[in-house]
Design a protein around this ligand. Structure first.
Ligand SMILES: NC(=O)c1ccc[n+]([C@@H]2O[C@H](COP(=O)([O-])OP(=O)(O)OC[C@H]3O[C@@H](n4cnc5c(N)ncnc54)[C@H](OP(=O)(O)O)[C@@H]3O)[C@@H](O)[C@H]2O)c1
Length: 338
């Protein structure tokens, strides 16, 4: 099968950043789906995995953890899908990714894709929707009855865009998102935020709005930079969750006097550790697909790259690693397998 892969970990502007490779067709394990990929998105995780280092792969490594495609074969124990199904999933960080004509995915972390979106529109959502869903409804345990203020830091990014929609549509929380530019601010309002403040002047702009305290904070970006402000803003017994790692340690002692809960979310935990509840990702992706088809949620697609090549993939990585995405970038792979 065709794939765009890497053997060396190079900057995105290096001419050999990615290579075209011809790899053996993967063979499904018992619970695997073999999927012909028709669209993939690029997430910051792709750029972090690709980031320059001395390591050299002995065989080409395929990145990409967001896909829409058609099931063309199933493993011996698959019960949830059949050949011909159109599925969507983020996949498993420990397995080859979706920048290839064919990909294997465990059926417990895939679902039928929304019927009302094109492949490209749908591929914008799986990884970020899983991340936002697990944060809002598992870590924070929000419900339709939840009231109070939710601060989403990094509101216009891929995760923020779907987190705003989920919180606005499925809870009673007041959603305060952060964005620093006119276009990212406008996008947060379009996604459903009640208020938008600039993350570079977080305390100042919240104070100007009369907001001195929030009930929960979903930090999708620059956790260390916002740490002291978050510790000051969160209410007693409130909850802060971050998805963004940091090179600096977080001073948890700042949260003690208010008995604040701090948690981390990593959407690959279930697949990486094959947790007994990993099928929850099948269920939640199914719920998200239904909500899209009911018109409750919308795609977060803002940028489409028309084909997958070593050059276009490197360009996509450069755009994502610039850290200024509004919504999501997706690569159309409909002609890739030919
Ligand atoms: N743990 C997990 O499971 C998981 C899952 C998904 C993503 N992540 C991580 O979460 C982070 C966000 O992912 P993403 O896909 O949403 O990224 P993204 O789409 O690249 O985020 C771009 C957004 O970040 C905002 N931003 C830039 N600097 C910021 C700052 N200092 N403070 C707050 N916001 C800032 C920008 O807003 P402005 O342009 O308005 O400044 C931009 O809209 C990444 O580090 C990613 O690796 C983790």
């Amino acid at each position: 099968m065709k794939a765009i892969a890497l053997t060396h970990y190079l900057p995105s502007d290096h001419p050999d950043c990615f290579i075209a490779a011809n790899l053996h067709d993967p063979v499904p394990g018992p619970r695997d789906l073999l999927v012909r990929v028709t669209a993939t998105s690029v997430n910051p995780v792709d750029t972090k995995v690709r980031s320059p280092k001395a390591k050299i792969e002995s065989s080409p490594r395929v990145l990409g953890w967001d896909a829409v495609g058609e099931v063309i074969a199933t493993g011996s124990e698959v019960t949830l899908f059949k050949a011909g199904d159109r599925v969507w999933y983020a996949g498993d960080i420990s397995r080859p990714g979706s920048n290839s004509a064919l990909q294997l995915v465990d059926e417990r972390i895939a679902a039928i894709a929304p019927t009302t979106l094109s492949d490209v529109e749908a591929a914008a959502l799986p990884l970020t929707a899983i991340t936002a869903w697990e944060t809002l409804f598992e870590r924070f345990a929000l419900t339709r009855e939840s009231r109070g203020k939710l601060l989403i830091i990094g509101g216009a990014g891929g995760v923020g865009s779907i987190a705003i929609q989920l919180a606005r549509q499925l809870t009673g929380m007041e959603v305060i998102a952060t964005a620093s530019r006119p276009e990212s601010r406008e996008w947060c309002l379009e996604m459903g935020a009640h208020q938008v403040v600039n993350h570079h002047k977080l305390q100042e702009e919240l104070t100007a709005l009369g907001i001195t305290q929030v009930d929960a904070i979903f930090c999708t970006n620059a956790t260390a930079e916002h740490w002291a402000t978050m510790a000051g803003l969160i209410r007693p017994f409130g909850h802060i969750c971050t998805i963004a790692e940091s090179s600096e340690p977080w001073d948890l002692s700042l949260l003690k006097s208010k008995s604040v809960t701090f948690s981390q979310e990593f959407m690959f935990t279930r697949s990486l550790f094959q947790t007994p509840d990993m099928i929850e990702q099948h269920h939640l992706l199914g719920r998200v697909a239904a909500l899209v088809d009911e018109g409750v949620l919308q795609t977060t697609l803002t940028r489409t790259i028309p084909s997958l090549t070593p050059v276009t993939l490197a360009q996509a990585h450069a755009e994502v690693e610039a850290g200024r995405m509004v919504g999501k970038l997706v690569i159309d792979m409909s002609g890739f397998a030919n």
